[in-house]
Design a protein around this ligand. Sequence first.
Ligand code: AMP
Ligand code: MG
Length: 349
Amino acid sequence: MKQTKLVRITDIKRDAALLEEAGQIIRDGGLVVFPTETVYGIGANGLDADACRSIYTAKGRPSDNPLILTVPGRDAVRQAAASVSPTAELLMKTFWPGPLTIIFPRQPQVPDAATGGLDTVALRCPDHAVCRAFLKAAGVPVAGPSANLSTRPSPTTAEEVMHDMDGRVDMVIDGGPCKIGVESTIVECNDHGGVTILRPGGVTAEMLHTVVPYVRMDTHLVTGQGTPKAPGMKYRHYAPAAPMIVAVGSVEAVMAELKQLYEEARRDGKTVGFLVSQEVGACLPDAHRYVWGHHGDAEALARQLYTGLLSFDTDKVDLILAEGIDSEGLGAAVMNRMKKSAGGNVRFV
Ligand code: AMP
Ligand code: MG
């Protein structure tokens, strides 16, 4: 077991010594959890095979699921990418720093342990000042998957990180709650100036379309058939301990559906947790509830989703009844995660 040092960093200049210490831990092959605008990441030297392998051990993650390497800016991309296409260049200029991960051909120095043996590498530059100062201090691309035990919801606060990672990592940098709350969009560029979305996230299809002529979804995301191009998408993920049912529709329709499901569950002697908007929650029976914001507010739901799900693990409910959102804009990323959390149990009412 490791001795985990928890540090809070709010001021990059004042806390320069702590950032330098974190960078040294990475260069020495250790693990540092760091904040980003999406979710907290568990970081290791992305060019060090042993360090990358220790991420898999700390998370209990399957080894064919490749890691995303984080970099402090465009200048650092060549440390891991063998070439940069004009489309990738355009995407970086437009959306970095930000929640967009781009797949590149990999440099030979990037180990198989980071890419799951693929000949490509996933890179991202987070929009978070503390994170980028930490990446600069590290001086190497930092492999950074979400800092949760594999299959559990991703952490969006340092407290949630400590719940899963205390004793498994050398340092946790607390940079406050994450602004976005769901993981980055992952895209692959094709040879004709278009992109394929392998995982929806904070940079939406609509946003990509403003600079790229063709935007398509990986077939697996749309149909659930075939092999996903991002290997990680095939795994159970983002899952709370209790089973979950999601209803999507108008306030009245969702309320009626959740009430009925609640009554059925109560007849079976089950305890219920609601994950709902203020509007839907207003008329639901008295049960454990996590209210995430106003009906239809995708940003609020994205920010609160994982904390809400984790609250039901703490309170040990038997069934989670949740309100979803239209799959437009950021809603596509939110519903992708909710569908996985619910094992596909989504009802349009
Ligand atoms: P996480 O960092 O835990 O949010 O997961 C990283 C995601 O990126 C997983 O779904 C991986 O399968 C995906 N990924 C990482 N590298 C690649 C790559 N070279 N090609 C396709 N997907 C990748
Ligand atoms: Mg993850």
